[in-house]
Design a protein around this ligand. Structure first.
Ligand code: SF4
Ligand SMILES: [Zn+2]
Length: 333
């Protein structure tokens, strides 16, 4: 009898979810073609990342938001609903917490319909995300040919160190595979945005800063057109969360994030962006609690304008404690 009750509750909830479209969409500011612009972000719910379904990356819990049966017409319906609230944006980001070019998540015909819908919005740039193994000359050339706006492909490179990507992140691809995908995109006329992780598990704070800076400079030399830093936030059902619960992982200080962004921006001439999620909550990048909101706001303002002054004006008494921890952590390991 209880089984019948829970089944009815579950079915009703799933029907409601389908009716309202299980997607997220919002507006934000970003930097495009030399100026601060309105950007729209859509996160579609699809079957979920194939790599995550096989185990996936140590810090990623996105799959719990999306691992259910989602038909292709439902994916398009989510996008139509989301785009209705995003008129006037210059920069549109369509994410699916996985790979846009994975035909198991978004079928080729669905992709083509997405290009038609995006064309009708009149944006300057469309950004999607994909793991390198789904990036082929054929799919990128088709996208560039069918799209009126320019195309940017975001790839979660995380670090240029194959050792850290394999042992700390379990990313499942190498720098050489990233380099191949980068060349395919560039050859087809698409831009590439590299996502870099700040503080994967098993690194000290100081090691994480050095890895993020080194990786960004190398990715810039390889030819990416934008760098986006993701400080780790502790997501549910991940290895990082297990370590966090055992007191063996702390997300990065926001001061570390500021340090990485400042050092990189001083040495590259491409946009550098960072909008830490979950910052200041204990599960995301954080400082003392008193200055967190101010530092996150400064990182967002910097990302939307590329003006370093937003980061240079920051200060708080906790910065000294951060410096001390950087110097001491190696002994506490
Ligand atoms: S970080 Fe990207 S590749 Fe890794 S499991 Fe999550 S969605 Fe998949
Ligand atoms: Zn502080």
């Amino acid at each position: 009898m209880l089984q019948g009750v829970v089944r009815r509750i579950r079915q009703r909830a799933l029907e409601e979810l389908r009716a309202r479209g299980n997607f997220a969409a919002w507006r934000e500011r970003d930097f495009l073609h030399g100026e601060s612009v309105d950007a729209g972000v859509v996160v579609l719910s699809t079957r979920g990342c194939a790599w995550a379904l096989r185990g996936g990356c140590t810090m990623c819990g996105y799959v719990y938001d999306s691992s259910r049966q989602v038909g292709q017409e439902e994916v398009l319906q989510q996008l139509r609903q989301a785009l209705a609230g995003l008129e006037g944006v210059a920069y549109l980001k369509v994410f699916n917490s996985g790979s846009f070019f994975d035909p198991g998540e978004i079928a080729p015909e669905t992709r083509r319909e997405i290009y038609r819908l995006v064309n009708s919005l009149g944006v300057e740039r469309l950004q999607v995300e994909s793991r390198p193994e789904y990036i082929s000359r054929e799919v990128v050339e088709e996208a560039v040919a069918l799209l009126e706006p320019e195309l940017e492909v975001g790839i979660g490179l995380e670090t240029t160190s194959d050792y850290i990507r394999e042992v700390c992140i379990n990313k499942g691809f190498t720098l050489a595979e990233f380099a191949r995908a980068l060349e395919v995109c560039r050859g087809a006329g698409a831009k590439v945005k590299a996502y870099l992780l700040i503080k994967p598990p098993f690194l000290t704070e100081a090691e994480a800063i050095e890895d993020a800076v080194r990786s960004a400079l190398k990715a810039a030399r390889m030819g990416v057109s934008r760098l986006s830093f993701n400080p780790v936030n502790v997501q549910r059902g991940t290895l990082v969360e297990e370590l966090f619960k055992r007191g063996e992982y702390r997300p990065p200080w926001l001061w570390s994030v500021v340090e990485v962004v400042r050092r990189v921006k001083a040495r590259v001439d491409i946009p550098v962006v960072c909008s830490p999620s979950g910052a200041g909550t204990g599960r995301g990048a954080s400082n003392c609690g008193r200055c967190d909101a101010r530092v996150v706001e400064a990182l967002r303002s910097f990302s939307a304008t590329q003006e370093m002054r937003h980061l240079e004006e920051l200060s708080c008494a906790c910065k000294r404690r951060w410096r001390e921890e950087l110097a001491l952590e190696v002994f506490l390991r």
